[in-house]
Design a binder for this molecule. Structure first.
Ligand code: ACO
Length: 333
């Protein structure tokens, strides 16, 4: 089995910034409430005619450039998203085509905000076994397309963006050291898009009832998130005989600063080791972790040999974490 690591990253967010004050004009909310309850100050939204494949393409292109990998050398493209361009074909096929990754297998993966962790865990298996040499994993979302702008408890939370990573075999002892993935479908009703699938196909009625938008039991998800982030981070470290004291950098899913702070406190990890960018982007679902990873790399916060833990939770319910020994040094912005 080969060791597998990340050899390049890239990210992209749409230009348009929507601040909390902008949202005050749309829905009954205010900057003080959003900032104090979530830590979010602004988010980026894609224009109405821009699909998630465009954001994924831009992030993927940057990651390939960063890794100095030609598109035709990519063997596998996985896109983690809950806001695909279409139910079918897969967004990964569309993005592979645009990138010129004409030799790649391509599929979408749906694990909500845990999607990027599921994606790198999946892609790693193909490379570890020698079946493929190079994989491109992208977490991308246009959450703006599925928000109910009359529901102030959800529409203020999310943003659009995409983050990407190129995976290849790396020196033994570096790259991904362990993964921990989980799910509990009994929690599915807590966070879902009720209509548009085979359970409740699209109709005039479903559109009128806003059933194609995010429906969330915020408090329940909150409690689950704080508990699971701590548990899964400890578990993924224990698997390889490490503890929280060995962590150089923690990249948590960026849903709410209170969730991040509570999980970090439970873990006893120093806040200066934690990457947080939710103030600028809100919750970008599957894009949150890879965008944070790319920014941390470009800002020089990741040094070769660093032990990085990425941990997420999301709809499903799903959760996942990985320990990554960083191999790439000397990124330039
Ligand atoms: N502006 C002003 N007031 C608001 C707003 C708003 N945007 N939203 C809710 N309120 C009000 C409520 O109506 C309520 O008023 P009331 O007391 O008069 O009834 C009050 O604020 C408190 O509401 P709570 O829901 O108790 O607020 P809470 O502090 O729990 O924060 C939040 C809500 C931010 C949604 C929180 O529960 C949370 O972050 N949950 C987790 C969400 C999450 O992580 N989701 C992503 C999952 S990942 C994925 O897969 C997509």
């Amino acid at each position: 089995m080969f060791s597998v690591g990340i050899v390049g990253t890239g990210s992209y967010v749409p230009e348009e910034v929507t601040t909390n004050v902008d949202l005050e004009k749309i829905v009954d909310t205010n900057d003080e409430w959003i900032t104090s309850r979530t830590g979010i100050r602004e988010r980026h939204f894609a224009p109405k005619d821009v699909p998630v494949s465009e954001l994924c393409y831009q992030a993927g292109l940057r990651a390939l450039e960063d890794a100095k990998v030609a598109p035709e050398d990519v063997d596998l493209v996985i896109i983690a998203t809950i806001t695909p361009d279409y139910a079918f074909p897969a967004t990964a096929c569309l993005v592979a085509d645009r990138l010129g990754a004409k030799n790649a297998a391509a599929f979408d993966l749906e694990a909500g905000c845990t999607g990027f962790i599921y994606g790198v865990a999946t892609a790693s298996q193909f490379i570890a076994t020698g079946m493929y040499k190079t994989a491109l994993v992208i977490g991308g979302e246009t959450m703006s397309k599925i928000l109910n702008w009359e529901d102030r408890s959800t529409c203020i939370l999310f943003g659009d963006g995409a983050g990407a990573a190129v995976l290849q075999a790396v020196d033994e002892g570096s790259g991904f050291l362990s993964f921990e993935l989980g799910s509990d479908g009994s929690g599915g009703p807590l966070l879902k898009q009720p209509a548009g699938g085979s359970m409740c196909p699209a109709s005039r009625e479903t559109v009128e009832k806003q059933q194609h938008t995010v429906h969330m039991a915020g408090n329940e998800v909150y409690k689950f998130a704080v508990r699971i982030m701590g548990e899964v981070a400890v578990k993924v470290l224990e698997k390889i005989g490490l503890t929280q004291a060995d962590v150089d950098i923690l990249i948590p899913h960026q849903a709410n600063i209170r969730i991040v702070d509570a999980a970090v406190k439970r873990l006893g990890i120093s806040p200066d080791k934690v990457i947080v960018n939710l103030d600028k982007y809100g919750n970008m679902s599957a894009a949150s972790i890879p965008v944070a990873l790319d920014e941390a790399a470009k800002e020089g916060r990741l040094a070769a040999g660093n032990t990085i833990v990425m941990v997420g939770f999301g709809t499903g319910l799903t959760w996942g974490a990985c320990v990554l020994r960083w191999t790439k040094a000397g990124f330039t912005a």
